[in-house]
Design a protein around this ligand. Structure first.
Ligand code: C2O
Ligand code: CU
Length: 557
């Protein structure tokens, strides 16, 4: 095992973008933040120095952290925030992951500016399951907010009231808007390529609330991995990434030497306010070496980049992905299920007893099985480990309280109203779990929900539009080479079925990775109990965890 040490200094940093100066919370003064690069099997310590004004936590998205939720990061789930002026060291263990992931803040919407790439190379001496590329490049897709400098303060106040939150005004490639946004052309990101060579792009969707399409003009992309697990090579003119998803692609520079745009744009889920921008497509330039005129504008992926709300394009890409399922990278989908759950994800109305609702007895929120999550003030992990009562209850339901036509028009009134609760799901060690996530369009019409699980990857064995049918749909499950991921979108007006073995004891967050939906309550926590031996039990806490009773925490609540 190689051990790596990183220092992450979080502080407000002045940067100029879109003709304006902003003070943003960044890590080591950069946007995106620093890259963590390891080999599979390595161990990393990240010392986080919080020099900002608010409590904050970091999360290693997609790293399973076996038996060690203490370093996982989501605030009030596995730890309390790191107080300003203090530091906390995370221990990140890379065991089974191989490919690309991301790290990000896990406190309110801080992750809009606090995120970066994680690159996990094969174990030393091992090779990729594809020919070694001639070069590689990290592509971090991010979102930009007009209220960027006050994002956190604005949100801390507004979210409690269920008020609407700042709208993203644009997107970025490696921290740059690209050629279609005012005052940005000089800093457009460039990737330099040689004709005939093949490049590995590690593409990360770090945008806060948007699913994004990505394409390169005139060049096909070959997907070879997703969420740090290899896939069967899939050739496609474009890809789609949910927030939190990471996709490894290869492309060959085999077109007439020149300049080509790579571009990303939102396809759903977040309304965009374009006031300050000429165009909401973010671009970077692929520039071939050679002698040609730089006078004409680069070629735009007109034909390959799908347009807004092209749900069919999103579905037809994402549902073609298959895990590699080869001898070196076998798939081990659980076949004998011991625990079945059916979880309905809804945007819904929330009863307000715990909140000062400005508008009446209910407010807008979101829920899983009609339970709208409320963060406790002591983290769930600590309460579980120390047996502190009154922090959560262990009665998250396996099924929704009422069944009806989730994707139809006629829904019973009550089904749309949820309670604010802190209900977790307890699982025995090693249970084989199947969860069907059903999307519902109770309140706002259909939206897709990229569901993300901490501590695990899961197989997506089935999907469909409309209502899940528990007799016929399981007959079509793929139990041979389903894709293995940590985040996967429940399509609008549809469902997905996922499977995993509960073999990582601890406290693990499950949530929609569209932060607006998460801040509204679309999440729960799974507690996987200890097995019989020490190796199958959760580890104890490190000697220091950030305190939960700090005055700044109380002030924020
Ligand atoms: Cu990307 Cu709860 O995380
Ligand atoms: Cu959602």
């Amino acid at each position: 095992t190689n051990v790596h040490y990183y220092d992450f200094v979080l502080r407000e940093t002045n940067i100029t973008k879109n003709c304006t100066s902003w003070s943003l919370l960044l890590v080591n003064d950069s946007l995106p933040g620093p890259t963590i690069q390891v080999h599979k099997g390595d161990l990393v310590f990240v010392n986080v120095h919080n020099q900002g004004d608010y409590g904050v936590t970091l999360h290693w998205h997609g790293v399973k952290q076996p038996r060690n939720p203490w370093s996982d990061g989501p605030e009030y789930i596995t730890q309390c925030p790191i107080p300003p002026g203090t530091n906390f060291t995370y221990e990140v263990n890379f065991t089974t992951e191989e490919g690309t992931l991301l790290w990000h803040a896990h406190s309110d919407w801080t992750r809009a500016t606090v995120h970066g790439a994680i690159v996990i190379l094969p174990e030393e001496g091992n090779t990729y399951p594809f020919p070694k590329p001639d070069g590689e490049e990290i592509i971090v897709l991010g979102s930009w907010y007009s209220q960027g400098d006050e994002l956190n303060a604005v949100l801390a106040e507004d979210l409690d009231e269920g008020a609407d939150v700042p709208r993203s005004v644009g997107y970025m490639i490696n921290g740059e808007f690209g050629d279609f946004v005012a005052c940005s052309q000089d800093s457009t990101y460039h990737m330099y390529v040689d004709y005939g060579k093949t490049y590995h792009l590690r593409i990360i969707n770090a945008a806060v609330s948007a699913e994004l399409f990505f394409a390169i003009a005139d060049h096909n992309l070959t997907v070879v991995g997703m969420d740090a697990a290899y896939t069967k090579p899939l050739v496609s003119p474009y890809i789609m990434l949910s927030p939190g998803s990471t996709i490894d692609v290869l492309f060959t520079a085999n077109q007439t030497p020149g300049r080509y745009y790579m571009a990303a744009r939102r396809y759903s889920s977040e309304s965009t306010d374009v006031t300050n921008f000429d165009h909401v497509v973010t671009t970077a330039i692929i520039q071939y070496s050679g002698n040609y005129s730089l006078d004409s504008s680069p070629i735009f992926p007109n034909r390959s980049l799908p347009s807004y709300f092209d749900y069919d394009a999103a579905d037809s890409f994402i549902f073609m992905l298959r895990s590699l399922a080869s001898e070196g990278h076998p798939s081990d989908v659980p076949l004998n299920i011991t625990r079945r759950m059916f979880i309905v994800a809804s945007i819904s109305e929330i009863l307000c007893p715990h909140h000062d609702c400005v508008i009446g007895p209910t407010t807008i929120g979101s829920s899983l099985n009609n339970q709208s999550w409320e963060n406790p003030s002591t983290d769930v992990l600590q309460a579980y480990y120390k047996n502190i009562s009154g922090v959560y209850t262990a009665d998250f339901p396996d099924f929704p309280p009422v069944f009806y036509n989730w994707t139809g028009d006629d829904m019973p009134e009550e089904s749309g109203v949820s309670d604010k609760v802190t209900k977790v799901k307890m699982l025995e060690y090693n249970e084989s779990v199947e969860i069907v996530f059903q999307g519902s369009d109770i309140l706002r019409g259909a939206e897709s929900h990229p569901m993300h699980m901490h501590g695990y990857s899961f197989y997506v064995v089935g999907h469909g539009l409309g209502n899940f049918d528990n007799v016929t749909d399981p007959l079509n499950y793929n139990l041979v080479d389903p894709v293995l991921v940590n985040t996967f979108a429940v399509p609008r007006d549809g469902w997905i079925a996922i499977r995993f073995v509960a073999n990582n004891p601890g406290v693990w967050f499950w949530h929609c990775h569209i932060d607006r939906h998460m801040s509204w309550g679309m999440e729960t926590v799974f507690i996987i109990k200890d097995g019989d031996t020490e190796e199958t039990s959760m580890r104890g806490p490190p000697s220091y965890m950030p305190p939960c009773e700090d005055s700044y925490n109380i002030a924020r609540m």
